[in-house]
Design a protein around this ligand. Structure first.
Ligand code: ADE
Length: 248
């Protein structure tokens, strides 16, 4: 997968060179290119922002550097051909979740646009849509100083789904929010010692009975999800799941 990140703070993305994502880059599973938006400015001060039309606080990112940058990264319109997909980070975007991570992990190339200040001039996204597929994406219902922290999160969530990045692919199927786990929260997990500070590992986990263990884990996952995140229970099976969780 090719990842292009456009930012005013290229150093912000350096932690991606560490750990699992770093190893995926070293192995060539991921090609990461971090671009400084100021490389597409033409004035002495490398200006990327200006005051908002209509007044108001703060500064807005001017469209020209973004336009030139996108033209460089994607010289030919490619929105019909499965070309690159552009992710623009904004608190007013589609909420990022595991489903979107799964979807993005299927792409060959992602371009991640990190806005700063009050955001990017509103003409940039419609322009980009004439050339490529675009998703405006929010990390959650809070405001960050810019898209860089969101890019770190999205890249980590997506890259770990690529084949060969995680040692044991079975761990992907079992974890919270994964499709293989019906998008439920994960059941509680334990390791040695069997008893610690008066707290015991549940007996069933020593039984060696795979069916019973799987049923226990499913019940705990349902119970936890019904308690903490009932919104995650699938609509058509909410009643059934809620009853199973209540009985468990
Ligand atoms: N930029 C500022 N706030 C953001 C958020 N919540 N998600 C994504 N990008 C952002």
């Amino acid at each position: 997968m090719q990842l292009d990140v456009v930012t005013l703070f290229p150093d912000y993305l350096e932690p991606l060179r560490l750990s699992l994502v770093g190893r995926a880059i070293e192995r060539g599973t991921v090609r990461l290119a971090v671009h400084d938006l100021r490389d597409w400015t033409h004035d002495r001060h490398r200006t990327v922002d200006d005051t908002p039309y209509g007044g108001g606080a703060g500064m807005v990112m001017r469209p020209e550097p973004w336009g030139e940058c996108l033209d460089t990264l994607v010289p030919e319109p490619a929105h019909d051909t499965g070309g690159p997909r552009l992710v623009v980070f904004t608190p007013s975007g589609r909420r990022f979740d595991q489903r979107l991570a799964d979807e993005l992990a299927g792409e060959d190339r992602l371009i991640l646009a990190c806005g700063r200040y009050e955001g990017i001039d509103a003409r940039v996204v419609p322009y980009a849509r004439t050339r490529m597929r675009v998703d405006e994406v929010s990390l959650g219902d809070y405001v960050l100083n810019g898209g860089e922290a969101a890019a770190l999160v999205v890249i980590e969530a997506v890259v770990r789904l690529l084949p060969g990045v995680i040692g044991n692919p079975e761990s992907l199927a079992e974890e919270s929010h994964s499709a293989g786990h019906d998008h439920l929260l994960e059941y509680p997990i334990y390791t040695k010692p069997p008893s610690w500070r008066g707290l015991d590992v549940p007996e069933v986990l020593f039984s060696g009975h795979h069916g019973q263990i799987a049923a226990w884990r499913r019940d705990r996952a349902l119970e936890l999800t019904a308690e903490r995140r009932p919104d995650l229970l699938p609509d058509d099976r909410r009643g059934e799941f809620a009853i199973a969780a209540a009985v468990a």
